[in-house]
Design a protein around this ligand. Structure first.
Ligand code: IVH
Length: 720
């Protein structure tokens, strides 16, 4: 249990120290933040000392913005600015590998894949919880434990959501995150430190009480072991699935299993590509005096920079019930999955004295919400055609109520899933609905299959246009590859006008279908050729509606290039990547003229996406579409210094010394925006060394390896 090495005399001092040290460190960070935001690209040449303090300040800034984004959910800089800070830190660290420390925010990713996870013994048992399924069960629990200790009759309770993720145990030594483990059997878990480091909500460094000795760490360094739940926010889970679906890969069934699977990946790079988050609710053990109540525990954890779940304080059992009722409804709109609420005795001393029954502490209980799982009959399997032509099967069900909502359809993920689970038309199927996630079929109830049902055979032809479907090698998905498939056109236009894309207000799916059915729209560019007369000829259109629609179509021409690229619906190119592309290509023509190699030098663009982009622009139909958009005046130009194609595509640069007019960071950005790549050390793979004054060992190395050496002027010449 909690390590209550009671030393009441110093308890308040330490808690106070925790708090004030933390606040102080934030004030320092804020000041440094303002200070260094001005100093991102210092106009003066930096010597090692200033470089080092710049590096420290970059780390502070990154940690601070990370905290604002991931813990407070209140960022004050854009993702782009954040990435710039991180890129600058990485460049500095690449130039000075000796300065890299494990708590640097650059070190979240980078662990090498492991063969298996090592075992970790927890410092105290990681307990489970008993369950209650009704208010009566809860009353019975309180009566039961009041018989064990009558202080229960006058004590208070906390109520927190029961987070449906993976329980993790985190170790901090001397303020640094040193180890993280799964719960395992409660005594021994698995060491998943490298994977946990990739979670941005996990602080790699926390304030240490100022009274603590042993700044160098080691055996006597103050330690803190905490516990919480790793999970996906639903929006991130859905975005992950959408990304996978667009790339033709297998999608995941639910956030909980995906969180568990993601943290038990042997390759941390994979974990890093998945946006997991954390909520911390317990101090397992720690040095000195620890908070005496659950409320104080959560407050202290927050003060240390950890994200915590919401908590309520109830004076009596009766005060608990309305909270449970409210959360049973609120659960539907939460951004993470919960499967109940946890009620805890607030007073840690009483909690500890109450002891356990098996692995369940008497002092806490989980109130489980009614299951959101039901069974129903699968009438048929329908197939949707998405905008990229991907075929997605869905279940057509006997309508059934689940969590207060009538469900008639549910996703079946993909054809492999149907085969793996052996789901057959006519089966009784188990259905799950969780939070905002689309209901999905868990699998058939085999015991209820009384007659032999035929296995499901996926379609060989598109259910809409009747053309044969294809399964590209290495992909799970099947595609209708007929570019003229009307369903694809509906989905394409629907995506084109959607909020994250061209945001054409008033153009809902019904109107899109109408426009396509009436042959007024044969591709997205036709939207810009619609006339008032044509619209007035449609059912349901009067003057005002037609004028409003035309006005919002016209207004959409002012959308920035990133939106337009996203709107085109190229496989693998979502809003973020579309924006990234605009930093390298100022117009659609520039993007159309690019090469596979140039695209792959851009951070985040993998070979598949690069291929999808080049392939998209190579198709004559799409070339015509671009020309049509241009002629219609839909031609945003991005603000970028890149003119035309990428003259440095495929070239690797190293920068050294002090350049006459640019900081190294500016030079690096200049090279990258023109398609080149910048690395930290000279090797045979380096194409050019960009050298300024006082160049040191990198210059010697380049001379040894016969790497051509450029000055700033020559670099500029190459960009012409
Ligand atoms: S407290 C003694 N609080 O639920 C402390 N657990 O079914 C015991 N869980 O294994 C745990 N949210 O992984 C606690 N707010 C919360 C929780 C929570 C989720 C998980 C935890 C535990 C499981 C028990």
């Amino acid at each position: 249990m909690l390590n209550f090495r009671a030393n009441f005399k110093t308890m308040f001092t330490i808690l106070h120290d925790f708090t004030s040290c933390y606040i102080q460190s934030f004030i320092t960070e804020m000041v440094q933040c303002v200070h260094t935001l001005q100093a991102i690209s210092p106009p003066f040449p930096m010597n090692e000392e200033t470089e080092y303090s710049h590096l420290l300040s970059l780390r502070e800034q990154i940690n601070y913005h990370n905290y604002r984004y991931n813990v407070l959910d209140d960022p004050i800089i854009s993702d782009y600015e954040y990435d710039r800070l991180l890129a600058e830190l990485r460049t500095l660290e690449a130039a000075h590998p000796a300065w890299i420390t494990p708590d640097s925010p650059s070190q979240r990713v980078g662990g090498t894949p492991v063969e298996k996870f090592e075992k970790v013994r927890h410092p105290a048992p990681i307990l489970s919880l008993g369950n209650a399924f009704s208010f009566d069960d809860l009353r019975a629990w309180v009566e039961r434990i009041a018989r064990v200790d009558e202080r229960v009759l006058t004590t208070t309770f906390t109520v927190e959501p029961k987070l449906d993720g993976l329980s993790v145990v985190l170790h901090y030594q001397n303020g640094l995150f040193v180890q993280g483990a799964t719960r395992g059997d409660g005594e021994i878990g698995e060491d998943i430190t490298t994977n946990l480091r990739t979670i941005k909500a996990l602080p790699l460094k926390i304030p240490v009480p100022s009274s603590s000795p042993s700044p160098a760490g080691g055996e006597n360094a103050p330690s803190l072991v905490i516990r919480g739940e790793a999970l996906f926010f639903l929006k991130d889970f859905e975005a992950l699935n959408q990304r996978l679906a667009e790339a033709g890969e297998k999608t995941y069934q639910n956030p909980r299993n995906t969180a568990a699977g993601t943290l038990r990946q042997l390759d941390p790079a994979l974990t890093a590509s998945r946006p997991l988050t954390l909520l911390i609710y317990q101090i397992v053990s720690g040095e000195g005096d620890l908070p005496k109540t659950q409320l104080d525990t959560l407050a202290t954890l927050r003060t240390l920079g950890f994200p915590t779940p919401p908590v309520y304080h109830c004076q009596t059992v009766d005060e608990i019930f309305p909270i449970l009722e409210a959360w049973a409804l609120k659960r539907e709109t939460l951004d993470y999955e919960i499967d109940g609420m946890v009620i805890k005795i607030n007073d840690h001393a009483l909690f500890r004295d109450l002891g356990f029954v098996g692995k369940d502490p008497r002092g806490a209980i989980a109130y489980k919400f009614p299951a959101q799982e039901v069974t129903t009959t699968l009438h048929d399997i329908g197939v949707n055609v998405g905008r990229t032509g991907v075929l997605t099967p869905f279940a057509i069900l006997d309508p059934v109520e689940i969590g207060g909502v009538i469900v008639k359809q549910a996703t079946l993920h993909n054809f492999d899933y149907i085969a793996e689970k052996d789901i057959r038309i006519g089966d009784r199927v188990r259905l799950k609905r969780a939070g905002e996630v689309i209901p999905y079929v868990i699998g058939p109830v085999l015991a209820a299959r009384s007659v032999e049902l035929p296995q499901y055979v996926p379609p060989t032809h598109c259910p809409i246009c009747g053309q044969p479907v294809e399964n590209p090698p290495g992909e799970v998905a099947w595609y209708c590859v007929n570019a003229a498939c009307p369903e694809q056109l509906v989905r394409n236009v629907e995506h084109f006008v959607s909020r994250g894309a061209m945001d054409i207000v008033g153009l809902g799916i019904k109107i899109v279908e109408q426009l396509i059915a009436e042959k007024l729209v044969n591709d997205v560019a036709d939207l810009f050729l619609l006339t008032r007369d044509a619209l007035l000829g449609l059912e349901g259109f009067a003057d005002k509606k037609a004028d409003n629609l035309l006005a919002s179509i016209e207004a959409s021409k002012a959308q920035p290039l990133g939106r337009l690229i996203n709107a085109l619906g190229i496989r693998g190119v979502g809003a973020v990547m579309a924006n990234d592309l605009t930093r390298h290509y100022p117009t659609l023509d520039a993007l159309a003229a690019t090469t596979l190699e140039a695209l792959q030098t851009i951070e985040g663009v993998g070979p598949n996406t690069a291929l999808a982009i080049v392939d998209w622009f190579a198709r004559p139909r799409n070339r015509e579409l671009i020309a049509k958009l241009k002629a219609a005046g839909v031609w945003p130009v991005a603000e970028t210094r890149v003119v035309g194609a990428q003259p440095l595509a495929g070239l690797v640069f190293v920068i050294t010394g002090t350049l006459p007019t640019m900081s190294r960071e500016e030079a690096s950005t200049l090279i990258e925006t023109h398609g080149g790549k910048v690395t930290g050390s000279v090797s045979k793979k380096t194409n050019y060394l960009l050298a300024g004054e006082n160049a040191g060992s990198k210059l010697t190395k380049a001379q040894e390896l016969n790497v051509p050496i450029l000055d700033e002027g020559q670099l500029r010449d190459m960009l012409q």
